[in-house]
Design a protein around this ligand. Structure first.
Ligand code: NAD
Length: 294
């Protein structure tokens, strides 16, 4: 039976470490890290993510700057807001909650965020550096960073291992594969056009699943002893639940946990770690800024 990696517990440990560092910074410089969270419109899911991020800031002593803009805000007004946050010395991280309304060009807005404050790690230059050998981006994208942190805190070594990433999105699959490569794994990416994914996944010592396909990866696809990080968060109908649905991953947990060496559950695996990595990035941004101006 696999060791189940408790993402909630790991996240809690890291949050205590962050809170401790925030206290130390406050004593040393008389300042705390600041995170600006920008939300456009009132999508329920986005509001709930933003709420979680703001609450987590408060718990850790990070100052949060809340920018709530109406659905119909123009692209230029949103960019103006970003520019104001770029020059605000109390803000060390800027997060623009995605998706943005259709009339706004997301890439354009994200590329206006100052590189030093790009705590989501989505700025094209940060992604570019992630893809280059011997270069380090200022910030790593939060979900892929969460996957690597879960592996390393569980004692899974990456160097020289065969890793398979399922999914190639800009926010999860692609940067996760680049991070594994930087950690010296031999990396294969499986995506929607891959034929016979099971034979490729079965070779992997490490699997990061981020396809958004409920329970697609079966126990028989997993190499015995492999480490399985399941990013997938899919709602499936469940009439036994009050809400009428439950969340499942991209991996069939029941089957795979009998074969794998380590596995993350859904929920309670990668999810709680993602927001924690955002807070960690904000702390790193603030530290760089305080040290530079000291
Ligand atoms: P996406 O839809 O942007 O990308 C999905 C990727 O999976 C694509 O590259 C596609 O080629 C690939 N794919 C689709 N069907 C496939 C199949 N049958 N076989 C192999 N590959 C296939 O999704 P995303 O934003 O990368 O998110 C992926 C999943 O991770 C979703 O379930 C999402 O909810 C979840 N997610 C969780 C967190 C978290 O913090 N836990 C964060 C981000 C995303």
């Amino acid at each position: 039976m696999a060791t189940v990696i408790d993402g909630k517990a790991v996240a809690q440990t890291i949050r205590s470490e962050i809170a401790e560092e925030v206290r130390a910074l406050s004593q040393k410089y008389g300042k705390v890290p600041g995170l600006a969270v920008v939300i456009v419109g009132n999508r329920k899911d986005s509001q709930s993510y933003v709420g979680m991020k703001r609450k987590a800031c408060a718990e850790l002593g990070i100052k949060s700057f809340d920018i709530d803009l109406p659905e119909q805000v123009s692209e230029s007004d949103l960019i103006k807001q970003v520019h104001q946050l770029n020059v605000n010395p109390d803000v060390h991280g800027i997060l623009v909650q995605l998706p943005l309304p259709k009339h706004i060009n997301e890439e354009k807005v994200l590329s206006e965020i100052s590189l030093e404050k790009d705590v989501d790690g989505f700025h094209p230059l940060n992604i570019g550096k992630l893809a280059m050998k011997d270069r380090d981006p200022l910030f790593l994208p939060c979900t892929p960073k969460a996957c690597i942190e879960l592996l390393s805190r569980s004692g899974v070594s990456i160097k020289g291992k065969k890793a398979v990433v399922v999914g190639r999105s800009n926010i999860v699959g692609l940067p996760a594969s680049l991070l594994l490569l930087k950690a010296d794994a031999t990396v294969t990416i499986v995506h929607s056009r891959t034929t016979q994914p099971e034979s490729i996944i079965r070779e992997a010592d490490i699997v990061i699943a981020a396809a958004g396909q409920p329970m697609m990866i079966k126990g028989s696809w997993i190499k015995p002893g492999a480490a399985v990080i399941d990013v997938g968060t899919n709602a499936v109908d469940d009439p036994t639940k009050k809400s009428g649905y439950r969340l499942v991953g991209d991996v069939d947990f029941e089957e795979a946990s009998k074969v794998a060496g380590w596995i993350t559950p859904v929920p309670g695996g990668v999810g709680p770690m993602t927001v924690t990595m955002l807070l960690h990035n904000t702390l790193e941004g603030a530290k760089r800024c305080f040290e530079k101006n000291h």
